[in-house]
Design a protein around this ligand. Structure first.
Ligand code: 13P
Length: 337
């Protein structure tokens, strides 16, 4: 049926289904060294490889994490790293039943000719890097590009974001990695929810146009959208039910049912807000697995509880498991607070 199927087609479909399995979602722990440094600074720790390793060891070795988490997105350093007691991080994840994933984009830079907007680098050399990541045990990938509402978005920025995601998705599938397609529509701004809805429809229309043009196998991708919410500085707030109504309406209009999983980012929402919004979206059956791929909304309390002290590791892991289990229930539409 496809114009040019990847030789990995069957495996891609299987991997995507495993990640999009009932009651589970993704732990995004792929902060770049710069971003991880900011998180560590917030608890007074230096941004050293040893501190990053200690924190990532804590996360992946929380016992029972695999009951709620189906995939973990890693930064390149972590994919090749061992825990503080010398086990490969990838092996610890596999023992927990968690599929290892890898952030493959090279970050955002200014988009010349736009309204102070950005584009995402990383296509050069992506095929060979992806093949190496597969060898190392990664089975899915992530590429995060952003769209800003206050700065436009300009037609140029949307087109660039969509095209970059589509090229990345095709290259990932060619190398056995399920691409997570993430055009993050940033929360920043005073705009209302209707404006976010309008921009999201435009962005996803273009993303799917170029995914199709690049012969991407829809059954072998996962999406990572932002929920449709008012801008962070908008005075009118939205209830979880309103967020769910707008977001599901966006998905129904723009996302083919062939796509197995929609794994939302938390984007600066509070931990509880992110859980409530996900729960609201799962109150009736959806054509896709509607779940989470949270970083901050899974890790904030965990990180604070740890504070860099070995004696707090267990309590921090419990904090992580608490958020993971709450979001697992929300994936099933059964979260009650
Ligand atoms: P947040 O859930 O903190 O937005 O991070 C998710 C992520 O991986 C962004 O790419």
């Amino acid at each position: 049926l496809t114009v040019r199927a990847s030789s990995y087609a069957d495996e891609l479909v299987k991997t995507a289904k495993t990640v999009a399995s009932p009651g589970r979602g993704i732990l995004a722990m792929d902060e770049s060294n710069a971003t991880c440094g900011k998180r560590l600074a917030s608890i007074g720790l230096e941004n050293t490889e040893a501190n990053r390793q200690a924190y990532r060891t804590l996360l992946v070795s929380a016992l029972g994490l695999g009951n709620y988490i189906s995939g973990a997105i890693l930064f390149e350093e972590t994919l090749y790293q061992s825990t503080i007691d010398g086990k490969k991080i990838v092996d610890v994840l596999l023992e927990q039943g968690i599929v290892p994933g890898i952030k493959v984009d090279k970050g955002l830079v200014p988009l010349a000719g736009s309204n102070d907007e950005s584009w995402c680098q990383g296509l050069d050399g992506l095929a060979s890097r992806s093949a190496a990541y597969y060898q190392q045990g990664a089975r899915f990938a992530k590429w995060r590009t952003v769209v800003s509402i206050p700065n436009g978005p300009s037609a140029l920025a949307v087109k660039e974001a969509a095209w970059g995601l589509a090229r990345y998705a095709a290259i990932s599938q060619d190398n056995g990695l399920v691409p997570i397609v993430e055009p993050e529509i940033l929360l920043d701004g005073e705009h209302g929810i209707d404006r976010t809805f309008e921009v999201a429809q435009k962005v996803w229309a273009e993303v799917f146009f170029y995914l199709a043009e690049n012969n991407v196998l829809f059954e072998g991708i996962l999406l990572k959208p932002s929920m449709v919410t008012p801008g962070a500085d908008c005075k009118e707030r939205a209830t979880p039910e309103q967020v769910a109504t707008y977001t599901l309406s966006l998905l129904h209009r723009r996302i083919p049912p062939a796509v197995p999983g929609i794994m939302f980012l938390s984007g600066g929402q509070s931990e509880v807000e992110a859980t409530l919004n996900l729960n609201a979206m799962n109150q009736s059956p959806n054509p896709w697995h509607v779940s989470f791929s949270y970083a901050r909304a899974l890790q904030n309390t965990c990180l604070k509880t740890w504070g860099g002290r070995p004696e707090n590791v267990k309590a921090a892991q419990d904090a992580l498991l608490l958020r993971a289990s709450a979001n697992s229930l929300a994936q099933l539409g059964k979260y009650t607070g």
